[in-house]
Design a protein around this ligand. Structure first.
Ligand SMILES: *Cc1c(COP(=O)(O)O)cnc(C)c1O
Length: 465
């Protein structure tokens, strides 16, 4: 094998870990605690598998960080990047200029998004995309002569990124606690989490009730002050929380009734994750803006952006004058070239249909069986994202004391067994690459079961169950 493909050969794991600890501050990490154990160093990948610096093979049931939708090692994406790096590695689009990959990607995105979307504003990431959403939503109402409409309503436990605006839109209280967030004009309402909040109600009944919290919030803020509502069609980082089917149509109705903009953060749900191109199509609503990132390039290179619906685009174009916003890397030609190759591959391989009609339902069958496991209180999946809620008592649905960090115990067993599954509290979540096959889903489900069994034995030994 080419030596360049084996950087691990140049240093031992201990040497990598020492250099990492000495210089590298990781995102969302307790630096001191990581330094005491050392990072796991990932050195290469292929298809749905990773290898670490010790040579261990790992099934990546999280697609990196929800992004490597076409799997690792796709030659088309590699070739697209290489060719574009040679042709034109960078030019900006500030100076009334554009590059062919950015133009073509804008055109292709208009084709694969719902009909109301014909324009795109590019960013470098999902967080930046949501910063653009805040700027654009407020600008839109300014241009229409309603500058008092500036409040954006979001939800607790939402994840919209980690910049000042992204973290403010997000509903993670531990993030707000660091840095004086949220910024002014962003308010939150409760999430549509049936397992936690819907006790004694049917899912459909609870879905309507949870959507109507939006109306209550609009009236509390003052309808004339509300600019927009933002939500992930299915909350991802919050724990793969699939709302009841009644939720989003009711949210749509309320937004329409009060004339407020509806923003879908599709950073995880977009590009086929839920079995349709967009989460809003699966959940049944019609947003005015859609944020995307992650799956647009399958994570091979950073790119994000916002799809701008005709309602907003017409106002911004016809009446808005100069929009004082943008990023150096908006429409980066190499990132756009990779995105083009990625989307064309998704189309050519029919990956979205495959998730909807084949692998998504197949995963759901396995999840139905996993729901019978003594530790699992709720198993939910939609397309190729899923969550397993660990509970202390299956019959009553009682959860473990959060301080026990049972999710982290389970994650430890996953790591030890060559599986990457993420823990959000005691909710174990997966979002495997969309190229995963039925046979690989069988392997993944068997690994998940083995890890749940190991977790159960571990908890029994500690006397916790
Ligand atoms: C990951 C994520 C973001 C942030 O994207 P970054 O590229 O990390 O900035 C925003 N919204 C959702 C729904 C996400 O999952």
């Amino acid at each position: 094998m080419n030596a360049a493909l084996q950087p691990s050969a140049t240093r031992t794991t201990a040497e990598w870990q020492a250099a990492d600890t000495a210089h590298y501050l990781h995102p969302f990490t307790d630096f001191k605690s990581l330094a005491s154990k050392g990072s796991r160093v990932i050195t290469r990948a292929d298809n749905i598998y990773l290898w670490d610096s010790e040579g261990a093979k790992i099934l990546d049931a999280m697609s990196g960080l929800w992004c490597v939708n076409v799997g690792y090692g796709q030659q088309d994406l590699i070739d697209a990047a290489t060719a574009q790096l040679k042709q034109l590695p960078f030019y900006n689009s500030f100076f009334q200029t554009a590059t062919p990959p950015a133009i073509e990607l804008a055109e292709l995105l208009a084709e694969v998004t719902p009909p109301q979307f014909n324009h795109v504003f590019f960013s470098g990431s999902g967080s930046e995309g949501n910063d653009t959403v805040v700027r654009m939503v407020r600008r839109y109402w300014d241009v229409l002569g309603q500058p008092e409409r500036s409040v954006i309503i979001s939800r607790t436990n939402a994840y919209h990124g980690s910049t000042m605006a992204g973290a403010s839109l997000g509903g993670m209280s531990y993030m707000h606690a660091q840095g004086g967030l949220p910024i002014p004009g962003i308010v939150h309402m409760e999430q549509p989490f049936w397992f936690a909040h819907g006790h004694g109600k049917s899912r459909d009944e609870f879905g309507l009730e949870a959507a109507r919290w939006l109306e209550a919030k609009i009236l509390e803020v003052g309808a004339e002050k509300v600019a927009a509502f933002i939500g992930e069609p299915i909350q991802g980082a919050g724990g793969v929380i699939v709302p009841p089917a009644t939720y989003w149509p009711e949210i749509q109705r309320i937004c329409d009734q009060y004339g407020i903009l509806l923003v879908s953060d599709e950073v995880i749900c977009g590009f086929g994750r839920t079995g349709q191109w967009w989460g809003c199509e699966t959940m049944g609503f019609r947003p005015d803006l859609m944020t995307f990132a992650k799956g647009v390039t399958s994570g091979y290179i950073p790119l994000g952006g916002v799809m701008v619906g005709d309602r907003i685009a017409r106002v911004m174009i016809d009446q808005g004058g100069e929009f004082e916003h943008g990023y150096t890397y908006s429409g980066h030609p190499v990132a756009c070239a990779v995105a083009l190759a990625n989307i064309r591959l998704i189309q050519r391989e029919g990956l979205v249909d495959k998730v909807r009609t084949d692998t998504g339902p197949y995963l759901a069958e396995h999840f139905k069986a996993l729901a019978e496991h003594p530790l699992i209180g709720e198993a939910q999946s939609i397309g190729l994202m899923g969550a397993l809620q660990i509970v202390k008592d299956k019959t009553s649905g009682t959860c473990f004391d959060g301080a026990l960090e049972v999710g982290m115990i389970c994650r430890g067993h996953c790591f030890a067994n060559g599986l990457i599954m993420r823990a959000v509290g005691d909710r174990m979540i997966i979002a495997p690459p969309l190229v995963i096959t039925r046979a690989q889903i069988d392997d993944m489900a068997a690994l998940i079961r083995r890890c749940l069994d190991a977790t159960l034995r571990d908890l029994q030994q500690r006397g916790l169950v």
